[in-house]
Design a protein around this ligand. Structure first.
Ligand code: B16
Ligand code: MG
Length: 218
């Protein structure tokens, strides 16, 4: 099958919102006396909001009511929204914007495939919303990564079949989701994390369209 489209994850691929997610969860954890550090935060990479909270609470999750869980998620999001007000176009990861522009010039369709419910706002702050033909975010589907639903939604929006699209992801759950949906996959990061991908790059820095296509040929 010929490749006609690319679906990009947001956090860890186009920008590093992970730092802001960390600060927001940390603030909530401190207010409640929960243990939470950067090592724990690494487990939340690409994981949706509710599942992230469940990972932080661990076996203590059952001690809280649904109303409390909802309040924790809302409070974390309020903090996160405050922190991401700092985001500007300078926060785009090296060469990500250049690659998006190169893909557009080569007539590939481009979608976002992010678990975040705040993805649109982040893209606006980065000033690159216009580079995407479709946006699939945390509001688009019920089942989150590692279920393939988000990427299937994105492909549908692009009017492409999964095997005509490449998913670019930095999280293990994201690669798993893409593979489950029948997509080609590019993993960004260490093999321990994205080793299941069809091709791996440390990041998008210095990466051009030809590099992606060549890496997928093998
Ligand atoms: P929100 P991605 C993910 O973004 C983040 O990696 C993850 O840490 C976060 O919990 C999730 O979005 C949900 O974000 O609370 O803003 O809805 O990597 O899928 O772009
Ligand atoms: Mg990510």
């Amino acid at each position: 099958m010929t490749i006609h489209g690319f679906i990009f994850d947001l956090d860890g691929v186009i920008t590093d919102t992970a730092e802001y997610h960390f600060r927001a969860w940390k603030k909530l954890a401190e207010e409640n006396g929960w243990a939470f550090d950067r090592r724990e935060n690494e487990k939340l990479r690409g994981v949706a909001r509710r599942e992230s909270l469940m990972l932080i609470l661990g076996e203590h999750a059952s001690e809280y009511s649904e109303a409390q869980i909802q309040e924790f998620m809302a409070r974390k999001n309020t903090y996160y929204l405050q922190f991401i007000q700092e985001i500007t176009p300078r926060d785009i990861l090296p060469d990500a914007k250049e690659l998006l522009a190169e893909l557009r010039a080569a007539h590939f369709k481009i979608a976002l495939g992010s678990a975040s419910k705040n993805a649109r706002q982040v893209l606006q702050s980065l000033g690159i919303e216009n580079l995407f033909d479709a946006i699939a975010d945390g509001n688009s589907v019920e089942r989150q990564k590692p279920a393939p639903d988000l990427f299937l939604f994105a492909a549908k929006e692009l009017h492409l079949a999964p095997n005509e699209c490449v998913v670019v992801e930095d999280a293990e759950a994201g690669i798993e989701a893409a593979k489950a949906g029948g997509f080609l996959t590019i993993g960004l990061g260490p093999p321990e994390r994205v080793g299941q991908a069809d091709a791996i790059f440390p990041s998008l820095e210095g990466v051009h369209v030809a590099d992606l296509l060549n890496a997928l040929k093998q």
